[in-house]
Write a protein that binds this ligand. Structure first.
Ligand SMILES: [Zn+2]
Ligand SMILES: [Zn+2]
Length: 421
């Protein structure tokens, strides 16, 4: 078995791994990496659809799914993923095409073509292609999100995609009952970082929300539309939060998708009660009315880049009664990061100091350092380990530490590297 690294090497983004099982070729993920401000997106190394037997998508995030339609420009191939992954990928890719300034090498017809070649599979459903068998396992990272097991000629590959080993309020924990492994490709996003226990972060957020309500303010929670928004709504509702919770923007479409796939949720009832009790806001007039009384507003974008977040920010930032809770990762150069670092937002070209109380809460969808090492500990066999999907320091340190602690052969590969087992 041979794996060629097409992307996500010493970087977070554009995941892509080409697995050659004695002539049967499987592509695991094919994502994009969005450029820093003003630079075009980057893609994994090009592969031709006619050279592939199948593409398997671990989950809908664009750094894993965003470039799959490019395989349908001049050809096609079978695409395998869970039903929620297909629904969400379609939504996120179409949204990317709508908002991205730079042209992608494909457009809506290719997205439709991808969907026509979609083969929906559930967890643990084994698929055989030529000399290879593969299956998806639960990843705990996002709804429908999976890891991939590939088996060929008695060699077994385990690719984590993105994982949250403990799961979350919405999702069950990662499935690690996978048998002996010969090659492990693991994400390294937070290999250097320890996160606070989720329960503590949840109670901090609840306390902050109640504080803002007590002084008759509005709490704005800019949040990623996939899952984080729903998780926050569940956290607040479960704490017997008495005030209105408003949900706005693409999160509403994600709610619909999640309602369609209750079997992929940890507790469909908790989810359904929380979301049904929230108020959906779609029109500008509703938006204006909603924030006239104390409430919580959950709306994308998580890093305050575009969307209705701009409106809420302008309306709510300059009143000390209000609060802003940042619950998503804030990338360098984003308005969210600037707000955290300087306490300012740009409004009509001017930087203004925010008087609403701003706080950050850690609700990561990725395994932290402790969870990652716990996963490695649980993996059976003596696999060769590749650390990917992290900045170069995280990938290198993680590889070195795994070697030191477990004596396994490790590497943090570069793009184009090939690994054979
Ligand atoms: Zn992800
Ligand atoms: Zn990712």
């Amino acid at each position: 078995m041979n794996v060629k690294v097409l992307g996500a090497a010493n970087e977070v983004g554009r995941s892509g791994f080409l697995v050659d099982c004695n002539g049967t070729k499987l592509l695991l993920d094919y994502g994009v990496m969005f450029g820093k401000r003003g630079t075009p997106p980057q893609y994994p190394i090009h592969v031709k659809p006619k050279d592939l037997d199948a593409v398997i998508i671990t989950h809908a995030h664009l750094d894993h799914s965003g470039n799959v339609p490019s395989l349908f420009v001049s050809g096609n191939t079978d695409v395998y993923a869970t039903p929620p992954t297909f629904d969400l990928s379609k939504l996120l890719i179409e949204d990317m095409l709508k908002i991205e300034k730079y042209a992608h090498p494909f457009d809506l017809p290719e997205v439709n073509n991808m969907m026509r070649n979609a083969k929906e599979i559930g967890f643990k459903q084994k698929i055989t292609k030529g000399g290879a068998t593969f299956e998806l396992r639960e990843s705990g990272h996002v709804i429908g999100g999976s890891t991939i097991l590939v088996e060929s000629e008695k060699k077994r590959l385990f690719y984590t995609g993105d994982i949250k080993t403990n799961g979350s309020r919405m999702l069950r924990e990662m499935d690690l009952d996978i048998g002996e492994i010969d090659l492990l490709i693991t994400e390294s996003t937070y290999a250097k970082t320890e996160q606070r226990p989720r329960r503590e972060t949840e109670s901090d957020l609840i306390e902050f929300a109640n504080e803002v309500m007590d002084r008759k303010g509005v709490l704005f929670i800019p949040s990623f539309s996939v899952e984080r928004s729903q998780e926050i709504a569940c956290v607040l509702r479960n704490s017997n939060f008495k005030h209105r919770i408003i949900m706005d923007g693409m999160a509403l479409k994600v709610n619909e998708i999640m309602f369609r796939h209750p079997e992929y949720l940890r507790d469909p009832k908790v989810f359904s009660e929380a979301i049904k009790s929230a108020t959906a806001v779609r029109e500008h007039s509703e938006r204006k009315r909603a924030i006239e009384e104390p409430c919580v507003v959950i709306s994308p974008a998580g890093m305050l880049v575009g969307g209705n977040a701009i409106y809420y920010l302008q309306q709510l930032s300059f009143d000390s009664k209000n609060g802003i809770a940042l619950v998503s990762y804030q990338g360098e150069g984003t308005p969210g990061k600037k707000l955290l670092d300087t306490g300012k937002v740009s409004t009509r070209g001017k930087d203004l100091t925010v008087t609403a109380k701003v706080r950050q809460f850690e609700f990561s969808g990725h395994a932290d350092r402790n969870e990652l090492f716990e996963m490695i500990k649980q993996i059976k066999g003596n696999p060769k380990v590749c650390t990917v999907h992290g900045d170069s320091e995280s990938c290198e340190i993680f590889a070195r530490e795994i070697h030191e602690r477990f004596g396994l052969e490790t590497l943090s590969p570069a793009v184009n590297d090939e690994i054979t087992v």
